[in-house]
Design a protein around this ligand. Structure first.
Ligand SMILES: Cc1ncc(COP(=O)(O)O)c(C=O)c1O
Length: 394
């Protein structure tokens, strides 16, 4: 059968994925340090969250391609609590940030156009771009006393096919916020080169300290001078990935026409369902309960990691600075490909992400989820540190 170029993916399971599957199928114990599904991490979700799904208003179908006004006003209020005054007319709902990206790539790019994306970063971008026939131009983040955008490299990556820059603020997995100064330079770059900006803020509410508030602001409160599209959703904001509500907020120049075009795209699919839109205001109002639990887990695991790292036998491993989010990046001696490291750890009963999963170009990087239940996290990290120390001194 002739298939499209956009779906020309290698769908074979990797050796690592096969070994992981085999271990699970064999019923062997596994300390999973990659947990990213908050509904499976032992957080308390109130049964009250289900109550708005019984709203009789959901029995009436009144399709609105931008999403119901009530849902959009709830999103407007969410941003107001972040210090950004936005108009509910400039919001468009989607079922996931993936769907939001698909709309934005369709809005901004023709086939083979390019979008600049910082790496390490969210691994799904490659697939999202392939599906829209858009090319990703990966641009490295640099680590020097904290992560930073490599702004020269951004500029060098721009070609006459470049249409947009994507920022993840704070980034996954590095936990790096785009600082006020970096944002100013990116605005300037996009303005000079005629590019739009897409900013993924799904982890915005998960800052680990409250210093430098100006560096942690939503881009919607930064008065963008270029067309800017902020995407987010309740999979992270409310810890409810199963409910499938996300959004795009447009700001900066060119908003009315962008919104009209986005509206036609959304009208073509009308993928939002009514019960979720009815429930969204309640879920957003109640978001702090799960956010508090997640932040306590993340902080607790980070403290545990630091205590374990400060033990003398583990000087081979360091943790990179993390400002926000659900992950920690570990630097380990680059004694071999990260795939071998992760495979050896799997045999010892620990499952971690290799750095290349997030686009790290060199070996010597592991990524662990700070969402992991505390006992599993500490036991898993101990195993990782023992294994690395044994390898490094062998
Ligand atoms: C940066 C980033 N954006 C978006 C998502 C997923 O959002 P959604 O569930 O709305 O597709 C993730 C999931 O981990 C993510 O890391």
């Amino acid at each position: 059968m002739p298939f499209s170029r956009r779906t020309d993916w290698n769908t074979e399971m990797s050796d690592l994925a096969r070994a992981h599957r085999a271990r699970l199928d064999a019923g062997l114990p596994l300390l999973d340090l990659t947990a990213s599904n908050p509904t499976r991490c032992g957080f308390e979700y109130s049964a009250e969250l289900l109550a708005p799904l019984l709203d009789r208003a959901a029995l009436d179908y009144e399709p609105n391609p931008r999403g119901s006004r009530q849902a959009r006003e709830a999103i407007r209020d969410y941003y107001s609590s972040h210090g950004a005054a936005i108009d509910a007319d400039n919001i468009l709902l989607a079922t996931s940030t993936s769907e939001a990206y698909s709309y934005l790539f369709k809005l901004l790019c023709d086939p083979d156009d390019e979008v600049i994306v910082p790496v390490p970063g969210y691994p799904l971008f490659d697939y999202l771009a392939d599906a829209e026939l858009v090319r990703m131009a990966p641009t490295p983040l640099v680590y020097d006393h904290g992560w930073q955008l490599d702004l020269d490299s951004f500029e060098r990556s721009i070609t006459d096919r470049t249409r947009a820059v994507v920022l993840v603020h704070p980034n996954n997995p590095t936990g790096h916020f785009t600082s006020r100064d970096e944002a100013r330079i990116v605005f300037d770059l996009c303005e000079r080169r005629g590019l739009a900006l897409i900013v993924d803020e799904v982890f915005l509410d998960y800052a680990l300290d409250t210093d430098c508030v100006a560096d942690r602001l939503t881009f919607l409160a930064r008065c963008p001078t270029v067309p800017t599209f902020v995407v987010s959703g309740i999979s992270k904001v409310c810890g409810l990935p199963q409910m499938k509500v996300a959004w795009i907020v447009a700001c900066g120049p060119g908003v009315p026409e962008a919104m009209q075009r986005l509206e036609v795209l959304a009208d073509t699919y009308l993928s939002m369902n009514t019960p979720m839109q009815c429930a969204l205001p309640v879920w957003l109002r109640k978001r702090e309960s799960v956010q508090r639990q997640i932040l306590a887990r993340v902080r607790g695991n980070l403290d545990a990691l630091d205590r374990l790292l400060s033990a003398t036998a583990t000087r081979w491993v360091t943790r990179l600075e993390v400002e926000a989010g659900w992950y920690a990046v570990l630097r380990i001696p680059a004694l071999g490909p990260d795939e071998e490291t992760v495979s050896a750890l799997l045999e010892r009963g620990v499952w971690v992400h290799p750095g290349y999963f997030f686009g790290m170009a060199t070996s010597g990087w592991l990524v662990v989820s700070l969402l992991t239940p505390a006992d599993t996290f500490a036991a898993g990290v101990r195993e990782v540190l023992d294994w690395v120390a044994g390898r490094a001194t062998a």
